[in-house]
Design a protein around this ligand. Structure first.
Ligand SMILES: Cc1cc2nc3c(=O)[nH]c(=O)nc-3n(C[C@H](O)[C@H](O)[C@H](O)COP(=O)(O)OP(=O)(O)OC[C@H]3O[C@@H](n4cnc5c(N)ncnc54)[C@H](O)[C@@H]3O)c2cc1C
Length: 491
């Protein structure tokens, strides 16, 4: 009996399948007698949503050897410097709209923890003082200079892109540069299977019947309505995802170079489908009968085992939490890399790696669920049954409950996050907690500390001002880039 894995099949050619193919092919480069085959179904398409990312994707693309210029030129790509959250808090006496940013930036200017200064400041001061990114985003600036090297820029960033075109880019790279094969669903035998079959979860779900850990008691949103709206070539291009809360969920607005992807996410227990279409229609200012949105049911939770016998699952086949904070491609990318790095071609080593990866992934998923739930559960909105249930009744994990209790008397610090497998950590929590004006008891500061912290904030302002004079408008940057790219690559 052959004790070595020689033939690996990846079932499914969506974003998850092709991310897995690239990670595996790169990590197994030294194994000359192993083949990786992606099995695509000609009849069943890919889900085709998933347009927002987080900065981690840059590392993976570099690792796969994909040029950033190609991503920018072929996938209607735009930059994302963070997320703008609108209306996640109750209106105040002075304003009926409110917003905050979760930028991809450090909340520690020059590495200094100035949270005590924020907690001692008057309510008019916002936590966004710790970084210049929100102001640059409001001014529609690109995060890169024209001269910035590939995958780098003075402002940290991720991308928005066309999910179908992004899948094709990953597929072309895996096939042409990394030797990955494709088949169209023929019944073949393989030594190992990577289940990337989307919500169908063909192997882990249907064949191995791995139980699904249902998280719908924590995250109430379960349906999305998605539409694509063409935009004018000269339209202003926000360098951020907009996440606007409504009475029973939120909606995303993702700008690509040629269109917006807009999605209305809601809890079907709190809002009817027709009210959701009306909500989407009123946001877009387009008649409901002209919209024809695509309705996507979402099952929130994850498979109890990530790796079972001779198969792992990735992407939607493994689990999903609604799209707030663009966690899905991030978790998939992380899990694909985790699997590829721990995979051994010796079948004898498989159960050790499987146990380890299963522990990591269960922990990772639990903390991702916490982070998404945080956005809802600390809100002061009580204007609908949805918000009342989220803030007063929904179940929370023990970890989130403990952390929120602790952060009432001490702000979050790096050491509160003691696992390397928390994909969202103190940086992300600080922006969301204090963007939502979570109440932490003010800490004492000495006069020296206060002066020191204020000087750091002045430096943030000065850097932001300098950058705003150097960075082009997002649209202008992309237009200049695309013109130069087409000139260079003219056939
Ligand atoms: C409403 C919504 C919004 C989202 N927004 C974001 C976002 O902004 N950012 C983000 O990171 N993620 C987002 N996601 C998640 C994102 O769409 C997925 O992570 C990503 O598309 C990966 O999907 P996948 O490859 O697992 O599945 P799919 O794209 O569904 O691919 C499944 C593959 O399996 C194949 N297949 C299925 N059944 C069979 C079968 N019986 N036989 C053979 N082949 C089969 C299909 O042909 C297809 O190739 C969103 C998801 C939803 C639902």
């Amino acid at each position: 009996m052959n004790m070595k894995v020689k033939k690996i099949a990846i079932i499914g050619g969506g974003t998850a399948g092709w991310l897995a193919a690239n990670h595996l092919a790169v990590e197994l480069r030294a194994e000359t007698d192993i083949s990786i085959t992606v099995i695509e179904s000609p009849e069943i398409g890919i889900i085709g949503v998933g347009e927002g990312t987080v900065p981690h994707i840059r590392k993976s693309l570099m690792k796969f050897g994909i040029a950033e210029a190609e991503l920018l030129a072929t996938c209607d790509t735009t930059f994302k410097a963070g997320i703008k959250f609108v209306d996640w808090r109750a209106p105040t006496a002075t304003s009926d709209t409110n917003f905050y940013y979760h930028p991809f930036a450090s909340p520690y200017p020059s590495g200094v923890d100035v949270t005590a200064l924020y907690l001692n400041s008057p309510a008019t001061r916002s936590f966004s003082m710790v970084t210049g990114v929100p102001a640059l985003a409001e001014a529609m600036r690109a995060p890169k200079l024209v001269s910035s090297p590939a995958y780098e820029g003075p402002v940290n960033y991720a991308y928005h892109f066309n999910a179908v075109k992004f899948g094709q880019l990953l597929a072309n790279n895996a096939k042409s540069r990394l030797g990955v094969l494709t088949k169209d669903g023929a019944a073949l035998h393989f030594d190992f299977y990577v289940d990337c079959s989307g919500f169908n979860s063909l192997i882990l779900g249907k064949i191995f019947k791995v139980p699904f850990v249902d998280k719908s008691a924590q995250i109430l949103t379960d349906t999305a309505l998605a539409v694509q709206i063409p935009t004018e070539a000269a339209a202003e291009l926000p360098p951020f995802t907009l996440a606007k809360a409504h009475a029973a969920g939120w909606l995303w607005d993702i700008p690509l170079t040629n269109r917006r992807g807009v999605g209305f996410v809601f809890s079907s227990a709190h809002m009817s489908g027709s009210s959701a279409v009306e909500g989407l229609s009123s946001y877009l200012g387009i008649d409901a009968d002209k919209l024809a949105p695509r309705k996507i049911p979402m099952r929130i939770g994850y498979r109890e085992q990530f790796w079972c016998k001779n198969a792992v699952s990735l992407g939607l086949a493994q689990g999903f939490v609604e799209p707030l904070e663009a966690t899905s491609i991030f978790v998939t990318d992380f899990a694909a890399e985790l699997f590829a790095r721990n995979f051994s071609v010796d079948k004898d080593n498989m159960s050790v790696a499987a146990n380890y990866c299963n522990k990591v992934m269960a922990y990772t998923w639990e903390r991702v669920m916490d982070f998404v739930q945080l956005h809802y559960c600390i809100s002061d909105r009580r204007d609908s049954a949805f918000w009342q249930q989220n803030t007063l009744e929904t179940k929370r994990s023990d970890v989130l409950t403990e952390r929120l209790a602790m952060w009432k008397f001490n702000p979050p610090k790096k050491s509160d996050f003691f696992s390397r497998f928390e994909l969202f950590d103190v940086d992300n929590y600080l922006f969301v907690l204090y963007g939502m004006r979570y109440q932490t008891r003010a800490k004492n500061m000495t006069a020296y500390e206060q002066q020191y912290f204020e000087r750091e904030i002045e430096k943030v302002k000065a850097t932001g001002k300098k950058l705003s004079s150097e960075l082009l408008q997002h649209r202008e940057w992309l237009n200049e880039f695309l013109a130069a790219y087409r000139q260079t690559n003219r056939t």
